[in-house]
Design a protein around this ligand. Sequence first.
Ligand code: HEM
Length: 399
Amino acid sequence: MTELTGLDFRPDDAAWYLGDAHAAYRRLRREAPVYWYEPERFWFLSRHADVFAVSKDPEAFCSGKGFRIHDDLRTGGPAGIEGIPPSILGMDPPDHTRYRGLVSRYFTPRAMHRLEERMREITRESLDHVETGKVVDFVELVAVPLPVLVIAELLGVPLEDQRQFKSWSDDLIAANEGDLEAMGRVGELFVYMIGQALDRRSAPRDDLLTVVALGEPNGRLLTDPELGIFAVALLGAGNETTRNAISGGAIALMEHVDQREALTADPSLIPQAVEEIVRWVSPIKSFARTATRDTEIRGQRIAAGDFVVLSYPSANRDEEVYGPTAEQFDVRRSGATPHLGFGVGQHFCLGAHLARLELKVLFEELLARLPRFELAGEIERVRSTLINGVERLPVVFSA
Ligand code: HEM
């Protein structure tokens, strides 16, 4: 087992992530790609090929015993209590396959296309609120509204309740880091979602909550807790991730003005740029698996029961697959090696088409209308082991 000296690496410590983690990832990839982190007893995988292989092998590496660094199943938090059903992210085949089948037809590129006009409307409305020439918070004004309103629309949450979603979604992230008050408020969100789903049983509609409420993935209707978990997982997975891809994308475009100008001059590059943004930002820092049997990764023995953390930001800058330009932000990068920002395998992001379309619409509208913006203060990041989050992004837009 490789010992690394002089490496300040604490992947279980949210504060650690606030610095430049990429310097540490670079060293890990080179010197200890399969790294045992003793304080929390998990393996940390930093290479693209290893993250890929483990994600593609749910038989040897399952999701059902925890899929986050601070997973309740490891820490004894509320979702680890017996009787609380797992979310789709924490399921394995064959249960996982049935659950996923229930909602996957809702997430096809064609189905998502129907939302495009609504996405433009929401984005234009956000941009209407931007004042040029003064410091504004990009996160609040531009990044927050689109993902939360789109997922609320998809689920079928009434308009008057949609604003509440932002704070509930923030609570979900804070609860993941152990914030007890936030956990309490997440309870309200569960109750609310269950109520909404039960309404659909008596009055079905053309929305995702109806599909979940009427579906029978186990040969019976879902129980109330199962309904709540399913709906909350969709909200949690779809909201913060896309929001932070938008904010992270804006940071990348401020740091690489030539790239932003290329996109403004030729908006047909935007879909390609969206892939580069997800690769570059890697909105999810890590998910995890548990080894179901003794096995090996890169010649390193992994014992049955070992927890294995998958680092998407590191995998996405792996020089082994992206070559010498791995650490450059390049909106013209060829998509020859897909990034792992949306994961891969059984749990490949269900909302990838949705997120791609949201990001495309947002950057098209933004660059067409307000193509010049600059950083105007300190970026506040979210303390999380799960997401690469931006809390506040002060910018000034030019007229
Ligand atoms: C840029 C935005 C997004 C990123 C970076 C992202 C990232 C990911 C990743 C890495 C996974 C894999 C989990 C694993 O392997 O354990 C995943 C799964 C998932 N994502 Fe996304 N996601 C994004 C947007 C969305 C959106 C908009 C939705 C909409 C609801 C969504 C819903 C889901 C769901 C339900 C899963 C679990 C799928 C399963 O377990 O089968 N995501 N996402």
